[in-house]
Design a protein around this ligand. Sequence first.
Ligand SMILES: [Zn+2]
Length: 83
Amino acid sequence: MPDQVTCPACQQAMQPGFVPTSKGGASMFAASWHPGAPDTDKSFWEKFRSGAGGANVDDESLVPIVTYRCSQCGLLSFYAPKE
Ligand SMILES: [Zn+2]
């Protein structure tokens, strides 16, 4: 991951942040990247309505996403850096 990210449209320095998400409750986490396609045995909306959650994920494989935002045009740039 670069130390400084520049917006490709505006050439402005982009600000680092994260996209909050919840995981099994009200606690907020940074959204994470997971390898491969989502492993679902029911449709997403079926699980969403039943409260059973979405795709099955391997927590060991998750990489937190750092998101950079351009304050000029709002472009978002996602990075999942090595730990
Ligand atoms: Zn921009």
